[in-house]
Design a binder for this molecule. Structure first.
Ligand SMILES: NC(=O)c1ccc[n+]([C@@H]2O[C@H](COP(=O)([O-])OP(=O)(O)OC[C@H]3O[C@@H](n4cnc5c(N)ncnc54)[C@H](OP(=O)(O)O)[C@@H]3O)[C@@H](O)[C@H]2O)c1
Length: 291
């Protein structure tokens, strides 16, 4: 009989991309739960689902991801991104379940000149970043086997994200201002889903257990949001003027790191995996959006 894998947050960007790939993971039985079927802050529900399905792996795609709104929904952000993650990590530890958890480049905040490694010092700013960072800390402190996968600037054909926002704005505007002083790597949620698929099909559970730790995964080749926007319009043949604006002038509610380029050497070496440039992935996403 196939072992079960439980996936939380199945209606989010990553959750939905993973659902599309489930037939490529024939060695496991993937069970997807959206926030209605499994609210991860409901510990009783979490225990119930673990006793029912006895999973070997939990993929936690659920998260509170509204970065600016988190500044005024502090308790909710911590409940989902920290406390619920703590509970899941405890259950995973007690049931010998591998926890694959997704985290964020926002745990960093600085002006590093070099791509950030897994052990670079964290300095989360803002509630979203702090709540995600605390979630990581809980997992690491638990006795669970885990893969914490930090990623950055996620977009996809699903949900709300930068690519879809730019395309929507282009319907009514001919000129936009987009920040040009944050450096990072846009990452297609489908790219992360493909990587997870690779992990689950190329490594045994024992191998994955033995690789417990933090890994950085983003599409390759750093850029800034302004250049990213220009590329979206170039590839979709839209004649939109994209002005440069500083992060300070943009004045979002939550602080964003000016530099959050993740060094992905560890993931590439450990798992012998190749990551494409973000432009290659952007083209794939635009094709999925029929652009
Ligand atoms: N988006 C980014 O730019 C970015 C960057 C770096 C890292 N990440 C991380 O990548 C992971 C996946 O992100 P994503 O972009 O796929 O996020 P997303 O599209 O916002 O999806 C998150 C999902 O979590 C669900 N959720 C929220 N609260 C929940 C709860 N209490 N119980 C169960 N499910 C709950 C949401 O359900 P509803 O649909 O019902 O709200 C949503 O479907 C997250 O851990 C995020 O922190 C994201």
């Amino acid at each position: 009989m196939k072992e079960n894998i439980l996936v939380t947050g199945s209606n989010g960007q990553l959750g939905r991309e993973l659902q599309l790939l489930q037939s490529l993971i024939p060695n496991y039985n993937l069970l997807f739960f959206d926030s209605k079927l499994w609210n991860i802050t409901d510990d009783n529900r979490s225990h119930e689902l673990f006793s029912l399905y006895k999973p070997k792996v939990l993929i936690n795609c659920a998260a509170y991801t509204a970065v600016d709104l988190a500044e005024s929904q502090v308790e909710l952000a911590y409940a989902i991104n920290s406390n619920a993650v703590n509970s899941l990590a405890q259950i995973c530890a007690n049931t010998n379940t591998l926890l694959i958890h997704i985290s964020t480049d926002y745990v960093f905040h600085g002006n590093s000149a070099e791509a950030l490694k897994e052990d670079s010092p964290k300095n989360p700013q803002g509630i979203y970043a702090k709540s995600k960072s605390k979630g990581e800390d809980y997992i690491i402190a638990s006795k669970a086997k885990y893969l914490i996968i930090r990623t950055s600037w996620v977009y996809s054909q699903f949900g709300s994200n930068f690519v879809k926002t730019m395309l929507k704005l282009a319907e009514t505007k001919t000129e936009l201002s987009v920040v040009n002083d944050q450096l990072g790597c846009p990452t297609h949620a489908a790219s992360i889903a493909r990587f997870l698929t690779y992990l689950l099909t190329h490594f045994s559970l024992e191998e994955l257990y033995s690789k417990t730790g933090i890994y950085h995964y983003s599409d390759a080749n750093p850029t800034n949001w302004n250049a990213f926007a220009k590329k979206i319009f170039e590839l979709t043949n839209r004649d939109i003027r994209v002005n440069a604006i500083s992060t300070a002038a943009f004045n979002a509610k939550a602080n964003r790191p000016l530099f959050s380029v993740l060094n992905t050497e560890k993931v590439k070496k450990t798992f012998e995996y190749t990551i494409d440039d973000w432009e290659v992935e952007l083209k794939k996403c635009l094709a999925l959006l029929n652009e």
